[in-house]
Design a binder for this molecule. Sequence first.
Ligand code: PLP
Length: 384
Amino acid sequence: MNDSAAGRGGPATGEGTRAVRAGLPEPVKYEPTLPGPVFAAHYHLPGDPTGPYAYGRDDNPTWTHLERAIGDLEAPGQDGVETLVFASGMAAISSVVFSQLHSGETVVLPSDGYQALPLLRTQLESYGIEVRTAPTGGDTQLEVLDGAKLLWIETPSNPGLDVCDIRRLVEAAHARGALVAVDNTLATPLGQRPLELGADFSVASGTKQLTGHGDVLLGYVVGRDAEDMAAVRRWRKIVGAIPGPMEAWLAHRSVATLPLRVDRQSGTALAVAEALRDWPEELGVRYPGLMSDPSYKIASQQMHRYGCVVSFTLPTRARADRFLGALRLVDDATSFGGVRSTAERRGRWGGDAVPEGFIRLSVGAEDPEDLVADVLRALDESAD
Ligand SMILES: *Cc1c(COP(=O)(O)O)cnc(C)c1O
């Protein structure tokens, strides 16, 4: 359902205008603009148990408002699109994968995607589902599509920041009867709108830039087909991977500032990427918005903003640790998308195929010149 004040039927507006109103109910005298979180395990329900609000694992009015808000951003003006929120990004991913795939079917995953995908792969294989993988860059997932039921895309990929051509992959997948889901975590709906590029599902972790303050875990699925989404909803009910009302409310509150944060953070990310590119050592910097980046050509065709993550590689693990230790405005922490910059040596987790000195830097909302200066100073101080 996409029928809030800022959605279907409303005047055509810019993204900032849409974001501050997204998902809000019609104004009610003496009620707040964004109603507070509804804490309810069950609702008054005399007589026949019909919805919408019967039991707290199935639905919650605070989720409904947030789901409309996310739908307004992911699929503005598109009819029949449904959004469901989850306890985390992995809950959202699992709900699509496990509700759409059955024993004997095949799924294509990226080989360079989020670090929990290998865990997902093992679980899928234990259910008799065939899993094929291929790298995101160069659209190589195309080569292993034959006979697949579901194509899973992650673009830009985390943490390598490769980009694939969503429209091209969707056309090839649909021609073979496969569904397509896009992990839209890194881009956010302000960076790209997968449903407009033909995808069947846009799935994301709201833990990252969507909520943007590093204090909430959340996930969502947006889908265009009612039957497919009914299966996703059923999966949410079965596993109970539901967000708390407080988390959902905080997320909705944060959606209003998403355009401000995304503009600021992607602008600064480009400044940081340029400074790293111009540094005398060759750092292999990757940022899809950098014109010299291998991802730039496709990214510039399908993305509106290039995100807040910049990656680069220092020559050794020791140098990377010294660099992280020398930063003053950037916390050594995982995750990304928050208003406070974070960075980490990604290899410490062991789950990604990255060099030991590989740094994933998430650019926050600090003043660009301060952040660039801090990064350059830390590079200088950490040099051998
Ligand atoms: C963080 C992340 C996830 C998982 O989200 P959680 O909210 O941590 O469960 C999935 N995909 C990508 C690309 C991510 O960055």
